[in-house]
Design a protein around this ligand. Structure first.
Ligand code: ATP
Length: 238
């Protein structure tokens, strides 16, 4: 058996007395698109933030391609090939699109960053049009595209996406999911957290279901999508 690209074991995340993530273990293999689903407050964002270093890990291990992530500073994670598009998009509204992209590739030499921007705007034409515009003036969908593009600045082989479709119009939601699937088909391994469970299961290979800080189910995304319990709990209204 090959070693997973990302391997999380017995992870616990606590905010003071609040145990947000309670002893979860999961993995993402190279080439996979894996989604974590679950209700609000289940601990999905805390799990992603533990990987990126933003949430307080109480115990457990997280390894990426055999390297212990918990002992690495953030910039070293980018160098390992991990890209992140955080929840709430977090684009810098008073910076231009170009400046936001540069911020995503802060560890790159200037020439390389510029070349990467040239490549990325071909893929995101709307960003090309808006390249010198302040990001705060972009629509929600455009800001989301920018957040994903920013996460791609370092040409990651593994991308962490937290709620990329949150608050977007249905047509834009479909575009975001198509993009995520395309990136995966091009070889980027992806860990996706999404409230749009139906669409996530449709593009993912495997899924984990979180409830109250624990993983309560996991399996092939298609089997979970067809499972009546999952259907009732997470797909009823979607
Ligand atoms: P959502 O979809 O609402 O973001 P989630 O599944 O991502 O939900 P988390 O955001 O990880 O869940 O939250 C898990 C639990 O941890 C919740 O009870 C939440 O209130 C709590 N929590 C999250 N962040 C903090 C924090 N910074 N300080 C204290 N408690 C927190």
């Amino acid at each position: 058996m090959t070693t997973p690209l990302l391997e999380v074991s017995n992870l616990n995340v606590s905010y003071g007395p609040i145990a947000a993530v309670r002893g979860i273990s999961f993995c993402v293999n190279a080439g996979e698109l894996v989604t974590i689903i679950g209700a609000n407050g289940a601990g999905k964002t805390s799990t992603l933030n533990a990987i990126t270093g933003l949430a307080p890990v109480a115990s457990g291990t997280i390894s990426f391609d055999g390297t212990d992530l918990l002992s690495l500073p953030v910039e070293r994670k980018a160098r390992l090939g991990i890209g992140v598009s955080p929840e709430g998009r977090r684009v810098f509204g008073d910076l231009t699109v170009r400046e936001n992209l540069i911020a995503g590739g802060i560890s790159l030499p200037v020439r390389q960053a510029e070349a990467r921007i040239d490549t990325l705007v071909e893929r995101f034409p709307i960003l090309k049009e808006r390249i010198d515009q302040e990001s705060g003036t972009l629509s929600g969908g455009e800001q989301q595209m920018l957040a994903i593009a920013r996460g791609l600045m370092t040409s990651p082989r593994f991308l962490i996406l937290d709620e990329p479709s949150l608050g977007l119009a249905p047509k834009i939601v479909s575009q975001v999911f198509e993009l995520v699937q395309q990136l995966n088909q091009e070889g980027v391994s992806i860990l996706l957290v999404e409230q749009n469970v139906r669409k996530s299961l449709a593009i993912a290979h495997r899924a984990y279901v979180m409830e109250l800080g624990q993983i309560v189910r996991d399996g092939d995304a298609s089997s979970l999508a067809a499972d009546p319990t999952i259907h009732q709990a997470y797909l009823g209204a979607a």
